[in-house]
Design a protein around this ligand. Sequence first.
Ligand SMILES: C[S@@+](CC[C@H](N)C(=O)[O-])C[C@H]1O[C@@H](n2cnc3c(N)ncnc32)[C@H](O)[C@@H]1O
Length: 412
Amino acid sequence: MVIVPCLKVSQRHAQLYRKYLLSQGVLDCKYTAQKNSDGTVTLPIIASVLAQLDLVALKKHVAQDSFCEIVDIQAPPLSKKEKVKSFHKRLIETAQSWLVSKGEQWSEDLARDIPSRWQCHGDLVLLSEGSFSNAIWKEIGSEFWTAVAQTLGVKRIAQIKKISQDGYRTPMVTMILGDSSYVTHIDNHIRYEFDVTKCMFSSGNITEKLRIASFDCSGETVVDLYAGIGYFTLPYLVHAKAAHVHACEWNPDAIKALQRNLQINGVSDRCTVHQGDNRQLPLSDLADRVNLGLIPSSEEGWPVACRLLKKDTGGMLHIHQNVTTPLHHEPPERSSAIEVEKGSSMEESSQRIQRDMQVWTAWASDTARHICTLLSDITGSKWRTDIKHIEHVKTYAPHISHVVLDLECKPL
Ligand SMILES: C[S@@+](CC[C@H](N)C(=O)[O-])C[C@H]1O[C@@H](n2cnc3c(N)ncnc32)[C@H](O)[C@@H]1O
């Protein structure tokens, strides 16, 4: 039996502890955190750093009024990342035995061509661009793809050829196995239905969707300037209980999916869908909150967002941006900027996080000033903008972080 040391904390403080342990490289990401029936959560800790963990300092740093204790538990289920690793291994075995049975030679190059990540939407797996790129896979026929589907526990396979840069960000997707390209994706009790060949679905935004779900927007009018198929519109309506959401989108295929998703989640009556370019939106002075979920930048939408905020009371802008950290900031080797790099000490890692944070804060301050000027120009009166929070959503390349700035805007 494998025993894993864990930090036991209250559910209320679990997210704060998880974030801090992760930033310090102490969280054992191989395993999932466990919710217990007594209202506590156990967060797996890397055994080798346990001795360095100072519980008094930890508590002081995270939340003085919280409690935390070390407990040993039977190994919790593996994390999603670990499960993907084991699927990747099995995928290589499937591909290798298939090729060898056909008298072909296996090589390291072919092993590198096997994907180690993919998106799952119900019984359809969406392979990323660049995987299975060798000509050998094209000649191999549908029996091979059936074996791949069986290995991954799905029935259909599609592959992204590339994401178009046409403003719709339509993925160019081809079906490899199966006919229908319609999928259902369930996140946090919300059903999203869409056609994978026509609309994009960014699974990496899940932390932001959960954050929105935790907001209390009762009584608020929200505008989602880049609604897509409803990624953020739906959490605002279903979980954050917004009184009304105006959802803007210009891709007709995404609009179709958005309208269907509003219906199947039973929230159509609290949403107005505006089809077309949001910069031409004939609305103003009505929003308590505007979501600007477009990357690499939503800057084109800043003037319309300012125009939409209530003139008398102002409101909150959630501004998405890919922020680039300059190269001299020694790149992390792994996917998340807040993970500890192999071979780097906890101190080095925490210094790097602080440096990234400085770059994000500098961008946020510039943005806050820019928005303040826009608001004054648009309304003809003075405003104050306050940075309430900077959320790190994901890291793309070692130097590019998708962040969200929560900017409170108030008329003076
Ligand atoms: C990348 S998706 C983002 C969707 C979602 N917020 C997310 O992060 O997963 C951006 C969406 O905004 C839409 N879009 C981009 N510019 C727009 C504009 N000026 N007016 C209306 N929709 C726009 C695109 O068609 C696309 O569906």
